[in-house]
Design a binder for this molecule. Structure first.
Ligand code: NAD
Ligand code: 2UF
Length: 330
């Protein structure tokens, strides 16, 4: 795929046409890449493709995607009558079946035994280490994690997770292929939950503890997150935010949290090292990032412009009113 064939020759099979598989298939087809989806039965495959075509038209009607992209989904996205029929002539296979290792292993065995070793197989697993799934794949050098976020058509990030035996050229091809359809692929290490879900689930675990401890209810937690650090995250990740806040300030804050919660929110050694080396972030010109030679002032100006712009965009979009269940467990 990609490297060996021009992208317009690439054909994609999506195995598992559920919430994520459907969105992944739409994402490829909308860019003119022939994509075939297969689910547990031919009937479900056909039904899902009908839904995906209609959904793409709705996206266009709502102004979310250009009309031409919706037309491309109809032209390039189709259903297969069987797994074998779906896999015929493809360059890339997306495995998007349920997050149960035994289901994934069975499906991956069937896929990898039905296609040649040149066909790349990407699993959309949320958290299962690639190494644990690679044992079910013949020619594991063509196998890797390709973790899309929901909803696949609109969230830019795709984590690309090589297994121990994944060929570097396969990683390079997949990254280029994803960039070619407008995604933001990031190559990360093979650790349970990778980056996105290890952070997302850690946040959720602590959010659940806040409710369990009676500090806030779910709606209050969500409101604070959306309007505090969540407001900043579209522009700066956690290390940049820490640099901007001041690593010395973070170190001091951790002192309180560590004394209250122990290792659960313990002070990272890397943070202490930075502070002890006088690298406090934007305020000293160096932290996890470089801010010297006027870069800090540019970052601050961008920060303020971005946040003011997001504030205007949020006012324009409004927000959805979620009704919290009042019988929440504390
Ligand atoms: N839901 C999310 O937010 C999200 C986000 C990123 C990654 N993921 C991961 O993507 C994968 C799929 O998640 P989902 O939310 O789309 O689940 P889903 O239940 O919506 O879709 C799974 C689909 O796989 C089909 N399926 C089951 N066994 C099959 C088989 N043997 N052959 C073909 N199809 C089969 C099911 O019928 C279903 O349509 C999981 O690994 C999940 O962890 C989910
Ligand atoms: O945030 C995402 O898109 C997902 O990774 C999460 O919704 C979550 O991890 C699901 O994958 C659970 O299967």
């Amino acid at each position: 795929m990609g490297g060996q064939r021009a992208d317009h020759d690439v054909r994609v099979a999506v195995v598992g046409a559920g919430y994520m598989g459907g969105g992944i298939a739409q994402s490829f087809a909308a860019r003119g890449i022939d994509c075939v989806v297969v689910d547990e039965t031919a009937q479900r495959s056909r039904e899902r493709v009908r839904q995906l075509h209609e959904e793409a038209d709705e996206f266009a009607a709502d102004g979310l995607i250009p009309e031409a992209r919706a037309d491309a989904v109809r032209a390039h996205l189709r259903a297969a009558e069987s797994l074998e029929a779906a896999l015929a002539g493809v360059s890339y296979v997306a495995e998007v079946v349920p997050e149960r290792i035994e289901v994934k292993r069975t499906v991956l065995e069937r896929i990898s035994s039905s296609v040649g070793p040149e066909v790349v197989i990407g699993t959309n697993t949320s958290a299962i280490p690639i190494g644990e799934l690679a044992t079910s794949v013949t020619a594991p050098e063509r196998f890797l994690g390709v973790h899309w976020m929901n909803p696949a058509p609109f969230v830019p990030s795709v984590e690309v997770i090589p297994g121990a035996r994944t060929s570097p050229s396969v990683v390079e091809d997949v990254v280029g292929f994803l960039r070619g359809i407008g995604k933001v692929p990031t190559v990360v290490g093979d650790s349970p939950g990778f980056v996105a879900n290890r952070l997302q689930y850690a946040l959720f675990r602590e959010a659940a503890r806040l409710v369990e401890d009676g500090v806030a209810d779910p709606a209050q937690v969500d409101e604070v997150v959306r309007n505090s650090f969540g407001f900043r995250l579209p522009f700066f990740g956690p290390f940049a935010i820490a640099d901007i806040a001041g690593l010395d300030v973070y170190r001091d804050g951790f002192t309180t949290l560590e004394s209250a919660y122990g290792d659960r929110i313990g002070t990272p050694r890397m943070l202490v090292d930075q502070v002890e080396r006088g690298r406090h972030g934007l305020k000293t010109g160096q932290g996890f990032y470089e801010f010297a030679d006027g870069v800090g002032a540019d970052v601050a100006r961008y920060r303020d412009r971005a946040y003011a712009g997001l504030d205007r965009l949020r006012a324009e979009l409004g927000q959805v009113d979620l009704v919290e269940r009042r019988d929440q467990l504390r």
